[in-house]
Design a protein around this ligand. Sequence first.
Ligand code: NAP
Length: 437
Amino acid sequence: MPIRVAIVGSGPSGFYTAEALAKSAADCEIDIIERLPAPHGLIRYGVAPDHQTTKNVSRNFDKTAARDEVQFFGNVEVGRDVCLAELRDMYDAVVLAIGSPEDRTLGIPGEDKQGVIGSAAFVGWYNGHPDFVDLNPDLNSANVCVIGNGNVAIDIARLLVKNRQELAPSDITGDAMETILASAVTDVYMLGRRGPVEAKFTNVELREMGKLEQCVPQIDADVIPDSVPEDLEMSDRDRRLREKNLATLREFVGRPADQLPKRVHFEFYAAPREILGGDKVEGIRLERTQVVDGRAVGTGEYFEIETSLVLPAVGYRSSGMDGIPFDDDNGIVFNDDGRVDDGLYAVGWIKRGPTGVIGTNRPDGQEAAKQILEDIPIGRKPGREALAEVLASNGARVVDYNHWLTLDAYERAQARAGAPREKVVTVAAMLGILDGA
Ligand code: NAP
């Protein structure tokens, strides 16, 4: 009997696990279960729409989905159409690849005001994620404050200041593109609670900020150290990468603020302390910091920035899934290098937290496949057939991979000139297109 595996989640970690299992010598039957009709998770809904080369990996996922061993069950929600306990009864192994879809919060006063939008929601909105299609962000603010110095923060800042020529070839939704182009935004503040050496964005992303057609980066020369301090412990590679960031930031120094119509201000040593205003955001209060033993410590000096839009991009988290032991402090499932319980595994961000690039998920998937094949030498459970029965009895409307390819072709046909696709942004519209196909 084949080893029957259900993978919950069709983002990179899910697909890399399916690939590793399908390519192994063992006889496996692999079902990928996805809440949305469209697969690929973070590739489709998280990666910046103007970073199309990163999205090319989805072609490999198409090849995996086309393998005989693999079947895609889209538009199937665990907890609604089938529950985790049922899956564990039906399959020899269940792999959780559910990512970290929620925003970490700042924990400061005023965070609940209208006009504070976390990066999961904001990125989801411009990427056409069905959960955020009605976000309707009010971009009628000259100043926008993006909190955080990671790659998500820099993605958001960049998207907000690009012009039509720069946005058009991306797969940002037409609606989000027009909203951004019609916005009042002229000045984006990238607020880092620590300094340039500690910033987490990578150099390719930072350099992009110096090449924008209508936006000039702004930074105060005094905050950039001459080099990464010798006494900071890190790998040689890390040190080189940070030196590169410092060099890039130095290139930004002195560019005239009025050289182009928009500006991104790199504001380091600035910790958010309070979101100001009534029901709606009117500003943000920050405290100057210094970095002591790697931590941002307040200096007692405060300043404010007037804005009606604050976008915290301070990392993601998950709240887990019913019936799984969850490590709330770290926002991950309790696991021993991916093993959660008998026949239950975790991969990707839900295993190790929201860090790393898309490719970091590949070894995760390979490790999970290895563990499954070590732990379960022979399949004993019914798998796919039993799942299909439960889904049919619950009236679930399953979207398979051929359906997805139909949607994919539809989106490509609807694309504006130069863009790869125009995304269909609601589940109802996706299903409607399939009904008409
Ligand atoms: P991240 O890299 O962990 O960055 C989070 C940022 O938020 C850090 O600068 C952090 O500062 C800051 N922060 C956290 N809590 C804060 C608070 N209370 N107040 C102020 N600042 C706070 O997370 P991310 O940007 O969400 O990215 C997630 C992962 O996806 C990362 O590994 C990232 O590299 C990856 N990613 C990659 C790309 C790409 O390759 N192009 C694009 C997007 C995302 P501290 O450092 O001081 O904690």
